[in-house]
Design a protein around this ligand. Structure first.
Ligand code: ATP
Ligand code: MG
Ligand code: MG
Length: 548
């Protein structure tokens, strides 16, 4: 329930409604289509949609597409898919680029009011004359151009008479302002890039800081929610709304962005991982992208519950990734069917079991949720168990299989190890056991007890399966060797195992989720799994020391 938790932005909305500053609520989620959405965006999405929802308002999805060099329709489509998958339905879909005409007109208005001028200085010169936190900047030699001259030059910028970088439109505010963002910030730059929406219509593009408040104002956004790094931009945001004489006045509010341990979240870095083929695309299960998390096996519910639990604050912090894992375990506990899978197989021959016999054993689908019913598992003379469920010379307290010891096979019988075979290199290749028909699971046998229960699959009927186990791709505590975050990449982030699953897995398809007994929750990989080659991604192991 989104309304359950209160936070400072909700309190602001309540105050604004009470004081009459607004009589309804409009929010927006404004991604730049220059990459795929990540878990940090999910937090922004949840705040924007949940706040509006609670006050019966509207939320728009707006693409902040003012930088044609980095943007692409592929990203537009993936963002729409991900927002919907998270469970949110926007009340309007907008593109900042649809407002380019109006933005241009507003810039002309600023020039006419003497509030903007065309500068001929290079980007480097502008940077060098901006001053520092303790020293004021220097006025540009072109700052006092006449309105007519500025109108003419700006028009010619638009017509394509100048080269990139030769001219720029700047706001005329105050080069001595203690707020660096008010030292005549750039409003428009020249760029001969083809835009994914407007094509080659424009060769000048508005700067983000100028465009954003205009977009919010055009759409009637009441609460423009963004992350803390924009706090210093707020005075300029308000300046744009006021000086451009926007009929509607949105207001900006900032919250602390979501950071996760062992996770790099900036799109710039994620893009680098994709482009340098460190990962298998934006949807690699090790990526913190929504599409990567979906492919790994996260559910929309688990992500929504997680980001809500992290709260909305003004203080930057880093959230433990194990908290995210807690929420997927919680979500799948009652939903995911249980099944047995052997990830590192070792063959066991049950020497007293008849050669041609196969029997079907009953097993619950989810003991914590009996409504899910039962399944049947074949059992015969040869089975697979995990390699580490057998030891030739076990330490004390090892209750699994070793020569002379008896264990319970989950859902089946007690078996006792009598012998084993080694190959020339000393590897154990086969275990020989006997079973006791009296001990069949479900018959209520109480004659004697065993301390260990292990899982297994029937060797003749089990299906081969590729199981992928993941560790963080980037480690917080990795030794840094160079300047690049690529130096922090964990070389063991993916372990691929070739094991076996129960035969009823034949019917599983992309994104079906299971609990593999003792191993954790697994998701059928939607990209690589086929009927002939099953592939599973481990979402999360079963246990964690983490407590909320
Ligand atoms: P990145 O720095 O990862 O590239 P961005 O802020 O440039 O992200 P945008 O597409 O501009 O990405 O973001 C859309 C919205 O999502 C913005 O309002 C932004 O503040 C918010 N957002 C981005 N990252 C996070 C985060 N880690 N936590 C919360 N909100 C975020
Ligand atoms: Mg950005
Ligand atoms: Mg809504």
């Amino acid at each position: 329930n989104p309304s359950a938790s209160s936070h400072f932005i909700k309190n602001i909305v309540i105050e604004d409604l009470k004081s009459g500053r607004v009589d309804h609520v409009v929010t927006r989620f404004p991604p730049e289509p220059n990459g795929y959405l990540h878990i940090g965006h999910a937090k922004s999405i949840s705040i924007n949609f949940d706040v509006a929802d609670e006050f019966k308002g509207r939320t728009y999805l707006r693409f902040d597409d003012t930088n044609p060099l980095k943007e692409d329709v592929e990203f537009v489509e993936s963002i729409k898919e991900d927002v919907r998958w998270l469970g949110y339905e926007w009340d309007g879909l907008f593109f900042a680029s649809d407002y380019f005409d109006e933005m241009y007109d507003r810039a002309v208005l600023l020039i006419k009011k003497g509030k903007a001028y065309v500068d001929d200085q290079s980007a480097e010169e502008i940077r060098l004359t901006r001053g520092t936190l303790t020293e004021p900047g220097k006025n540009s030699p072109h700052r006092d151009r006449t309105v007519e001259e500025n109108l003419d030059l700006f028009e010619r910028m638009r017509k394509g008479e100048f080269k990139e970088g030769d001219k720029i439109l700047r706001a005329k505010i105050d080069m001595g302002s203690p707020n660096m963002n008010l030292r005549d910030p750039a409003l428009y730059r020249i760029s001969y890039a083809t835009h994914h929406n407007t094509g080659d219509k424009w060769c000048i593009y508005p700067m983000y800081a100028f465009a954003h408040p205009i977009e919010d104002a055009i759409e009637g956004v009441t609460h423009s929610i963004c992350t803390l790094e924009f706090e210093d931009q707020r005075p300029f945001y308000d300046w744009v709304v006021a000086e451009c004489e926007m009929p509607h006045q949105p207001r900006q509010y900032e919250f602390a962005r979501l950071n996760l341990t062992n996770t790099v979240m900036s799109k710039r870095f994620l893009k680098q991982l994709v482009e340098e083929n460190v990962v298998d695309g934006w949807d690699d299960p090790r990526m913190p992208t929504i599409s990567g998390m979906r492919r790994k096996g996260y559910t929309p519910e688990s992500i929504r519950n997680f980001v809500r639990e992290t709260g909305v604050t003004k203080a930057n912090s880093v959230v433990d990734e194990r908290m995210l894992e807690h929420f997927i375990r919680e979500d799948l506990k009652l939903k995911a069917p249980r099944t047995m899978a052997v990830l590192r197989p070792l063959k066991v021959v049950i020497t007293n079991y008849p050669e041609d016999q196969v029997e079907m054993l009953d097993a619950e689908i989810n003991p914590e949720n009996p409504e899910m019913g039962a399944r049947q598992i074949p059992f015969s003379r040869e089975i697979y168990i995990e390699q580490d469920d057998f030891m030739e010379n076990p330490p004390s307290k090892y209750f699994r299989l070793f020569p002379g010891n008896e264990v319970r096979l989950k859902n089946a019988y007690f078996i006792k190890c009598n012998d084993f075979i080694k190959d020339a290199d000393g590897n154990i290749t086969e275990i020989h056991c006997t079973y006791d028909p009296e001990t069949k699971s479900g018959t209520g046998f109480t004659g004697r007890k065993v301390k260990g229960t292990i899982h297994w699959v029937d060797a003749r009927h089990a299906l081969p399966a590729e199981c992928r186990l993941y560790e963080p791709l980037i480690m917080d505590d990795a030794e840094e060797e160079g300047d690049s975050f690529l130096d922090r990449i964990n070389p063991n982030s993916l372990e691929t195992l070739h094991g076996f699953v129960e035969p009823n897995m034949k019917e599983a398809s992309g994104n079906d989720k299971f609990q593999f007994f003792r191993h954790g929750y697994f998701n059928v990989d939607p990209k690589h799994s086929t009927a002939d080659h099953l592939v599973y991604n481990r979402v999360v192991s079963l246990k964690s020391s983490f407590v909320i």
